[in-house]
Design a protein around this ligand. Structure first.
Ligand SMILES: [Zn+2]
Ligand SMILES: [Zn+2]
Length: 158
């Protein structure tokens, strides 16, 4: 299967995604709302919260996500210092790129990176039992390994 290439708004950062998404989801949790509000308030940042205050994500295996170029522009921030979740932003143009939940084997890529209308909330499922089963099954197929995303190491505060 061909890799998909996703860019930040200005094109300096490119991510490649291998294969198909594991799931699509709209997250309306308080962390995503808080982080979304902070990120979209940055200079020139795209709007990531939808009209319901939710954030759309496409979930991919961590080892299927790569940075093709511009890794030096990527930085992470955490809502709390000890939070297992980091959100990765392309600092060249303040585009949120993906969310990395430390212990998990997947990363959640921000839906705004796809051209408008190609990933929509319509096919998003809530975090149901079936959804979690799908994640677990995908993890089992990986031998319960949790790959790490290692191309981001710069920390920023928002
Ligand atoms: Zn950029
Ligand atoms: Zn969330």
């Amino acid at each position: 299967m061909q890799n998909q290439i996703l860019s930040c708004q200005c094109g300096k950062v490119q991510l490649s995604l291998k294969g198909k998404e594991m799931a699509s989801a709209d997250c309306g949790c308080s962390s995503c709302q808080k982080a979304g509000a902070k990120m979209q308030a940055l200079d020139g940042a795209p709007t990531i919260l939808n009209s319901h205050g939710a954030t759309h994500f496409e979930l991919y295996r961590k080892d299927y996500i790569n940075c093709e170029k511009g890794a030096e522009h990527l930085a992470q921030f955490r809502l709390k210092e000890d939070s297992p979740t980091r959100r990765i932003i392309a600092t060249c143009c303040n585009t949120p790129m993906f969310l990395d939940f430390g212990p998990g084997h997947w990363a959640s890529v921000y839906g705004i990176l796809w051209p408008a209308g190609t990933v929509t909330s319509k096919r998003a499922k809530s975090f149901s039992v079936g959804f979690m089963a799908k994640l677990l099954w995908a993890w089992a197929k990986m031998g319960f390994k949790s790959p790490k995303i290692t191309f981001v190491d710069r920390q920023i505060e928002l």
